[in-house]
Design a protein around this ligand. Sequence first.
Ligand SMILES: O=C(O)CCC(=O)C(=O)O
Length: 281
Amino acid sequence: MIAQEQIEQYNRDGFLVVSGLFSAEEIEFYRTHFESMRRTEHPELAVSLNDTEIGADDPLKTYPRLMMPHRRDGASLEWLIDSRLNRAMTALLGTEPYAVQTMFYFKPAGARGQALHQDQYYLRVQPGTCMAAWMAVDDCDEENGCLQAVPGSHTWPLLCTVAADTTQSFTDVTVPLPDGVEAVPVLMKAGDVLFFNGQIVHGSLPNRSGNRFRRALIGHYIVGEAEKVYHWYKPVLRMDGSEIGLGESEAGGACGVWVEQDGAPVLELEVEGVNRKIFQE
Ligand SMILES: O=C(O)CCC(=O)C(=O)O
């Protein structure tokens, strides 16, 4: 299912779109399913954007993301450990991953995006890193705030965070990029799945369309040889749904800061106030 050249692309860029992994019927199911979950879990929001005062200043108040639905919903759990996702990730990683997280983003028209970040900043997988399967539930492009990713950034360590522009992002931290390095838009059709390495710098801009959602169902995984993960992500599941006991990692630790050296950006790793150069862009 995953060709050798796709594995090479993933290893080079740190991310890969697999087209048409889920059918139009399945995508329609997820649209209806998660809208119904939103209405059940947030009855005060069970109205459309046009019908309510809630969300007048921020559409994300009417359409908050659903966090960890697989812990309470069979369809979300089935998706998280779906054999197509497992086959693709096993081909890309060389080993079967463990599953730890689901999220559903509605991102209606006018909603803010999520500032550039690295997922490993949150998951703290040790040793190794995490991986995401990001399924487009709507066609996504620059107008409705598609995902953006920095090719090759999976080779970077965790970067130190700075304050994000919260007029553009619903999260308040981001990671800076050196001059000349940019995130590229990842254009996708509903049913496509983007797989990306947990060190990849990625995020999204606001949904500037007048009337289009940019929904996504997102799974986070950790590499199969991991021994620890941040406690929020437990229980850790094997891809057959059974639980595996892993240790708990701590937040914090070393992070990289961009500095200039001989006119080129270099990452300095900050370890308890001592800087040592480890990376050259
Ligand atoms: O969908 C988005 O806009 C951001 C999602 C994301 O950053 C993630 O899944 O880690």
